[in-house]
Design a protein around this ligand. Sequence first.
Ligand code: HAM
Length: 431
Amino acid sequence: MLKAVRGTRDLLPPDTELWNRVEAKVRNLFARYNYHEIRTPLFEDTQLFSRSVGEETDIVTKEMFTWEDRARAQSEKAQSLTLRPENTAGVVRAYIEHGLYKTGTLHKLYYIGPQFRRERPQKGRYRQFYQIGAEIIGPPSAGSESPARDAEVLEMLASLLDEVGLRDCQLQLNSVGCAEDRARYNQALREALKPVVLQMCPDCQRRAETNPLRVLDCKVPEDQPIIEQLPKIGAFLDEPCREHFAAVRAMLDAAGVPYSINERMVRGLDYYTRTTFEFTHGGLGAQSAVLGGGRYDGLSESLEGPNAPGIGFAIGEDRLILALQSQNEQPKETVQAYVAPLGAGMNVHALKLARELRRAGISADLGDELFRLKKSFELAEKAGAQYIVIVGENETACDRFAVKNLGSGEQVDVPRAGLAAYLGRHRDPNS
Ligand code: HAM
């Protein structure tokens, strides 16, 4: 039997109800914060990711789905292509390619869609997973560099998690400084690693040479005591970076957004500068990061774009849904009405009635005249219907329908003209 590929999965009803509910709430929130949707391609030139996410990162060295796209015509060039492992690089590429910077304003862009990483699959970690993300990017003259952006994004995230109903999240915050701070920190790491690096895993031995910061991403248990002893980035921030971080924290304090400082959190992508953050949730086990993000002030320039500082985040939607489910948010399949034709020739009348109800905004399933009444009731209950509407010969003749509330057992006769209003009274608050 053919099965879904390892690390990919089908999302089925009723789970998809929860996904849609979360996405609807998030879109509503983005609109209130004046974000607009961007959709970029699912695959891009491989170089986009190696140049932005970073050559030495786990994502680029081990996890990308990359292939050589052979030229089919003389006019086409063969090209290395990659399924997007994340979406910040694609958004910044689009920002540059379409000259969005020319408006001189901030662009607040959000996206919802699949990303691809060849990681070892486990609960909360998939090879195709979904992110809900956003980026604020623009020229410094529009305020893109201001700590107010960082605080605004973090406040929005706290509200977002609250509005979708996720409780007990922890915001972990850090600053990884600017490019110069990082250069000094990398130098300090290199020195500190010299005497111990041979005791570390082969990946760390390589990273210690090429990009020592990435040693901090190592997951090998034996390496952790060494990593614990390494210098921390906080001591290497210059004065402007220190002030920027203090301003972000002061605004969060004033807005009442709780956080804790985690100086070990440097994030697994190279483009970050200054503020970095993650929100974690206890119900997720080993993959506890529901979302991650940070500032990336030099990314646009590194992709040959203008000076356009930015900050953004991506929520792992799979993990957000898992965390909600760990709080017992089990979606149910429901439909407002089950329209049950009763007796030969009743299908035509039932279809007409179902059409009227659906056009009036009522969700409805339609049975079949071949079903006996008992079977119609069974199917209505299985479908999660709130009401069953019987369409028999008498009902059709006098244009009044027997309606039974399957929850309470109450049964009434409702005239056709009032039927949609009657069924709509008990709309499921979650739908
Ligand atoms: P990231 O930390 O690599 O950041 O991913 C963000 C979130 O995506 C993670 O916190 C996690 O919830 C989810 N995620 C990552 N990998 C997987 C996976 N294999 N399976 C399930 N969920 C996963 C980024 O992607 C940055 N682009 C975020 C950002 C936007 N930074 C600035 N702007």
